[in-house]
Design a binder for this molecule. Sequence first.
Ligand code: IPE
Ligand code: IPE
Ligand code: MG
Length: 246
Amino acid sequence: MSTAPLPANPDSSQGPNHVAIIMDGNGRWATARGLPRVAGHRRGADAVRRVVRGAGEFGIPILTLFAFSTENWTRPADEVSDLMGLLRHYLRNELKELHKNGVRLRVIGNREGLAPDIVNDIADAERTTLDNRRIDVNICINYGARDEILRATRSLARQVAAGELAADRIDANLFERELLTAGVPDPDLLIRTSGEQRISNFLLWQCAYSELVFVEALWPDFGKDDLAQAIAEYRRRERRYGGVSG
Ligand code: IPE
Ligand code: IPE
Ligand code: MG
């Protein structure tokens, strides 16, 4: 991993402004090599480093990575604990490098389900990098879109029940403010690795009009070139938002 700083003036004029990635295929990468699944997750963390750096070089202002879903708790206990261990390791050991490279780190997900030391590490990483402006990197941990939408709905229902909000005032803007991604523009491009073609409960509200790119590479093999190809594919697309071609 090179430690050279990210270039100062990347060309991002054609977008995408926000790239989200479902990082899938770590287990299959390991199994294909006769290795335990955790080996794939370790190599997956290396791919995160490459892609964060690549996104900076390509001038992507916002990168959102799906690292652990609300459904991933159903995996065997030792795999969950390996994943949490890697997360701890990442948050503690990458912080300096991320900070140096102008990354503003944010963790999106339900923190109540996470171990207290991880919650502290997250708060520390977010505090340290808060004023960085080169690139926003959002890592989704214990994130599930249905859970997020239900929480938003409950919060609005409580405000209506308390007489603080008229039900008719609930519109897309107000609803978005209740989501975990409040203030983050919607992804323009959603990439999923490993050949799977599904959303798996990721950013269901936010990806309403995202361009979807599915790539065959398993996440540990995904690199800067794959990211560049997905961006090129995005730039060939015509986004219509329900309208007609211009
Ligand atoms: C993605 O790889 C990482 C997480 C979901 C935590 P997987 O662990 O899902 O790998 P496959 O899909 O089993 O190959
Ligand atoms: C989606 O991958 C979640 C993450 C990448 C964190 P999964 O491997 O959990 O999704 P499914 O089970 O194949 O749909
Ligand atoms: Mg998977």
